[in-house]
Design a protein around this ligand. Sequence first.
Ligand SMILES: [Zn+2]
Length: 247
Amino acid sequence: MIITYMCIFCIGAALASFINATLYRIEKKFKWKELLTQSSHCETCKHSLSWIDLFPILGFLINQGKCKYCGAKINPYYPISEFLLGTVFLLFFLYSISFYFYIIILFLFVLSNYDIKEFGIPKNLTHIFLGLCLLIFAFTFDITKIYLPVLIGISLLIINLLKKSFGLGDILLILGLGILLSKEQFVIFFWLSVIIALLYSVVFIIVKKISIKKAKVPMVPFLSIAFVISTVYGEEIWNWVLKYLQI
Ligand SMILES: [Zn+2]
């Protein structure tokens, strides 16, 4: 069984590595043909990388976070994101989460990458993502899942018109992810994402010594983390909160 778990983790980590490399090539305006065919190389010294350098997480650890040819530092975003996606795949497998959610999380991984780098997500990708969520909703039709996300979505839109808070892309994402979750999971998902983003903002403001107005927070990574936690543990957290509040 442990071999199966390791394989599932490695599939997640390898997909993260592949997506990171492809997005990097798109960002650097590689030609379409080169996106998949060109071999990877160090951006500083242009030396071709061997398969062990490219191995998710391990390559980073073995080379101690540096290019072994020129010593240039490798962005820790790569091994961290590979580890996280591997862990999410393993969690989903252990808790027998529906196959649809693997597709959703891969999409969220791409959107998070954009949001972290550019503090925003491309409109066309957001629309495709919303379409995908609606398609999955139609396949697993449960009308009770739609009320709360729509209510929160409209409320956030109104707040957004009065005073800029969430971006429009974030609101559409909350709506799309919301209709895939049960009512209890959605409440946990929404509050968790707000709490994690707030905690991050506080730490960010203190560490960087900047004012609250200047603090830019990429929301998609927090929505993704909250989505994973509420998918796997949402019902349990909900029951625990009710018990704690003695409702
Ligand atoms: Zn190098």
